[in-house]
Design a protein around this ligand. Structure first.
Ligand SMILES: [Zn+2]
Length: 438
């Protein structure tokens, strides 16, 4: 396999793809779907574009196998989030290469994943690798605003997708430590449940020169103060326990015992404070609440009659929404109205005793022998929830090696991917697919 040549090809395709504006809203992902269609057509890989709403296109490509086993789905999304204009050091839609990195909105989330998945199909097709299962490639629209016109629509309307046994989607990474060495393979097999609430305080409007006790802004901030101080209790899933125990040997010697049994560890107040100061770890061990929107008043000398706040809460799968809501209301007091805005469903994590997991483990053992492969509870939400709901074993894992600080560029400014990651990602995907499909 000429990996240098394949890397050149992948870089070229990713540059072209980053130049296609698929900022959602409005998305216009059909342009991305046409981009993929041209390439798959030229390589004689059957594919189909779906456009359930004007401009909101998705694409399915199929590499046929003997159907001895059920399909493996490689999922990615084509839409990207908007950019903060003037805050990037390069044009986010030019596909610029600089110092070994390719920059652009979508360079990590999630256009690079789309390109390496496409390249994996091209490589297997060109080398005529015999497959025992179909390998499906699905480039979805609308991930960033909920999936309605993308994977959600497809899971109800495209039958071959529903037959998948396994799916691979964005999410975890191969995490590098501070010295740049691989630390762990994070495979996300479950995610937190979205639960968004709208709060409302009502009061009496009036002239600001005569303050009174019925000011909704004052009521709201007092209620929020007590709520935001709430430290929700710990709720450790078995997969989260396993995550911490598997990374225990990498910790400072005095902390190892706490990581080995995280439930016990968290009962130590100083360790618990240190661990939960890491926002990712904190999100894995409890339900969380973020105050995201405050809307109150519009004129400096007017007391408004109403003010509102939005809370974005993320619950551990299996947590009781009712109990959580009762606790929230208790802290807000009687004067605040609480209304549900959006709620996700609690879906159990995908199992780890599978061929696909074995394939990832095998690759990790051969290439990074000192690296544990760990289950990871994703704090955010991805399209995978629609697949797990249908019983498809889904792992959120991008085969890229990244230090944690690079991950912070996802949705941020100067999003970029190291070019070498495209080589690593293609290699890993091809080896994994061969392992589970041949
Ligand atoms: Zn994404």
């Amino acid at each position: 396999m000429d990996w240098d040549q394949l890397l050149e090809e992948a870089i070229h395709y990713l540059q072209e793809y980053l130049r296609i504006d698929t900022v959602n809203p409005p998305g216009n992902e059909v342009e991305g779907a046409k981009f993929f269609k041209n390439i798959f057509d030229a390589e004689s890989i059957p594919c189909q574009v779906f456009e359930p709403s004007p401009g909101r296109g998705s694409l399915l490509a199929t590499l046929k196998g003997t159907s001895k086993k059920r399909p493996l789905l490689l999922l990615n999304h084509m839409d990207v989030v908007p950019v903060e204009k003037g805050r990037w050091t390069v044009d986010p839609f030019e596909g610029i290469v600089q110092d070994g990195y390719l920059y652009g909105r979508g360079a990590l989330d999630d256009k690079s994943m789309g390109i390496i998945e496409m390249m994996a199909l091209l490589i297997l097709q060109r080398r005529k690798v015999p497959l025992e299962r179909d390998v499906l490639f699905f480039a979805a629209a609308d991930e960033e605003t909920g999936g309605k016109w993308g994977i959600q629509w497809a899971m109800e309307n495209v039958s071959s997708l529903m037959e998948s046994e396994y799916a691979l989607n964005e999410g975890g990474y191969v995490i590098l430590n501070e010295t740049g060495d691989p630390d762990r393979y994070e495979i996300s097999n479950g995610q937190k449940i979205v639960f968004q609430l709208q709060l409302k305080a009502k009061g009496t409007s009036g002239h600001a020169s005569m303050p009174h006790a019925d000011n909704p802004n004052v009521k709201l901030i007092h209620a929020l103060e007590s709520l935001t101080k709430w430290e929700t209790s710990f709720n450790i899933l078995p997969m989260v326990k396993e995550f911490f125990s598997k990374i225990a040997h990498k910790q400072l010697s005095e902390e190892r015992q706490f990581f080995e049994d995280i439930e016990k560890g968290l009962s130590n107040p100083s360790f618990s404070a240190r661990l939960t100061s890491n926002p990712i770890y904190n999100a894995m061990v409890r339900d969380t609440i973020s105050l995201t929107i405050l809307q109150a008043g519009s004129k400096a000398n007017v007391i408004p009659s109403e003010s509102t706040a939005t809370l974005d809460c993320r619950l551990i799968p299996g947590s009781s929404k009712e109990n959580f809501l009762t606790e929230i209301k208790k802290r807000l007091g009687d004067e605040i109205e609480v209304e549900g805005k959006m709620e996700g469903k609690s879906i159990p994590p995908s199992p780890f005793n599978t061929d696909l997991f074995q394939a990832i483990q095998k690759f990790a053992t051969l290439n990074d022998p000192d690296c544990p492969v760990v289950p990871f509870l994703l704090p955010g939400a991805t399209d995978s929830r629609f697949l797990r709901k249908r019983g498809i074993t889904t792992y959120d894992f991008c085969p890229f090696r990244l230090p944690e600080k690079e991950i912070l560029r996802v949705h941020g400014n100067d999003e970029r991917i190291a070019l070498e990651n495209l080589r690593f990602g293609m290699r890993m995907l091809v080896e994994m697919i061969k392992e589970v499909a041949t």
